[in-house]
Design a protein around this ligand. Sequence first.
Ligand SMILES: Cc1ncc(COP(=O)(O)O)c(C=O)c1O
Length: 401
Amino acid sequence: MNTVAARLAPFGTTIFTEMTRLAQRHSAVNLAQGFPDFDGPDFVKEAAIDAIRAGRSQYARMFGDPGLNSALAARWESLTAQRVDPDTQVTVTSGCTEAIAATMLGVINPGDRVVMFEPFYDSYRASAAMAGAEIRFVTLCPPVDLCAGHVTTAPFWFDMGELERAMTGARAILVNTPHNPTGHVFSRDELERIAFLCAKHNVLAITDEVYEDLTYGHEHVRLATLPGMSERTITLSSLGKTFSLTGWKIGWAITTPDLSRAVRAAHQFLTFATATPLQVGAIAAIERGSDYVAALRARFTQGREFLATTLASLGFGVVMPRGTYFIMADHTEVSRRMGVAGDVEFCRELPARFGVAAIPPSVFYDNPQHGRPLVRFAFCKKQETLEEAATRLRSIIAASR
Ligand SMILES: Cc1ncc(COP(=O)(O)O)c(C=O)c1O
């Protein structure tokens, strides 16, 4: 019997579930799923615990605890010099994932076209499908100088003509910057071109900026700050990546009052409200978290360097990520030595044979062929975890001698 509704049946179980299961079965070092193996800051946890002790345990306001809405509005103003009204322009959601779903369901009519880049974060396609959207993909291509045994600092890129064809007649474009899984940080120039096309074709922009604090020497440009874009952009983000609290699922949407109404129209029936004490903890993070974020970025800068050079020394072709905590690498030479072909087979073999788990990116492409030569590793781990992974991966070289 087909138990899953037709609109969701094509998506199956997410690849994260499969790879985490494989990692557990083989006691592998899990560089697959993007969560840290260390804890978030104590002062944020204390604030949430205090809120529980103080009896802050009933439903929060539908669009967010007033203190969190205000903290997010103040943060937005300090980052963008744009003033937003906390009550009509900021909506707190249960993670960015819910913000993505609420935005799709709130602004997209069945049959509307939504443009997104491939590879994409896996909830995008499913959320767009739940809203009945027609999806157009624009491919982010690896740097042309990507080759085995080297780290390239050149960026992923896309074809402007392909983008304009996709955006003609579209209702919305979804832009994820810094971008998972490529680590690409969209440049000001790229975003200006996207903004130009949004205005020309009357397209809404939905941005997913959950890695906004995790860039390495590259400017994070918010699309909403470009001329004319604050009126047509819904900026989504969350607490999880910046504060190593991925399980808290505190997210938000910042946009105009009109577009906020659309997001809330869906949000009120998806989750209605987000966990009260965790919202109180989030206020502490937003207001007092800058030292933590600076230290985290320094730690990830080191992890990025270590994993990139290790992978290149093993024969991977590595694209140095400009943001996020992921590295995309070409595995062709390494999988040839292992006698496997394609990213899915490579990632299924890796935990059993070498005790390391990674993600096959072909599942993030509309055309899986584009992802076949690639593999994604997460470096949001303790240095000793990365070193253990490196030791295990080095046995690939030993095994193929
Ligand atoms: C690009 C992107 N967007 C959204 C999310 C989910 O964010 P949250 O945990 O806040 O729902 C992730 C998590 O991996 C992500 O990589």
